[in-house]
Write a protein that binds this ligand. Structure first.
Ligand code: 4NP
Length: 154
């Protein structure tokens, strides 16, 4: 079983989309996908209604997800930890205990050579078009990640 964790700030906008989209591309017997936020503002909340709406439009149901905060034991549970932006990356790395922990953490968009800005923009204060844009880049990048994971036989 390969375990992948998607991390943003609040775990209500970006990482729930990345969680739902990547999960839809992998078999549940070989892969476990989850998401978390570096902050605790929204713990226990459903994803933002705009993320739910955009995902649903594309046939993905993320409405049953519940926000949680990233915790140090996630370094033990997960094989790959993807940060949505550089600030999330720094916050995760600040909790790392050793080089093994650090080695599991990557910027999500580092997996997509076609996108030069490596930060998934935070759509929280934006409008539905910002959520659509996040969906599109997360979808394209998740396809590349799924392909890589499957071909690695991990
Ligand atoms: P997310 O977006 O990190 O993609 O879930 C945000 C959600 C909430 C807040 C900021 C970003 N907030 O400040 O409450």
């Amino acid at each position: 079983m390969t375990r992948i964790l998607m991390v943003c700030l609040g775990n209500i906008c970006r990482s729930p989309l990345a969680h739902g989209i990547l999960e839809s591309k992998l078999t549940s017997n070989a892969f476990y996908v989850d998401s978390a936020g570096t902050a605790a503002y929204h713990v226990g909340n459903q994803p933002d209604y705009r993320s739910i709406k955009v995902a649903s439009k594309h046939g993905i149901d993320i409405s049953t997800q519940s926000a949680r905060q990233f915790k140090v034991s996630d370094f033990d549970t997960f094989d790959h930890i993807y940060a949505m932006d550089a600030s999330n990356y720094t916050n995760i790395i600040s909790l790392a205990r050793n080089n093994n922990d650090i080695g599991k953490v990557k910027l999500f968009l580092e997996e997509n050579p076609s996108i030069s800005n490596k930060n998934v923009p935070d759509p929280y204060y934006g409008d539905i078009d910002d959520f659509e844009y996040v969906f599109d880049i997360v979808e394209a990048t998740s396809t590349l990640i799924a392909r890589k994971l499957i071909s690695a036989g991990l």
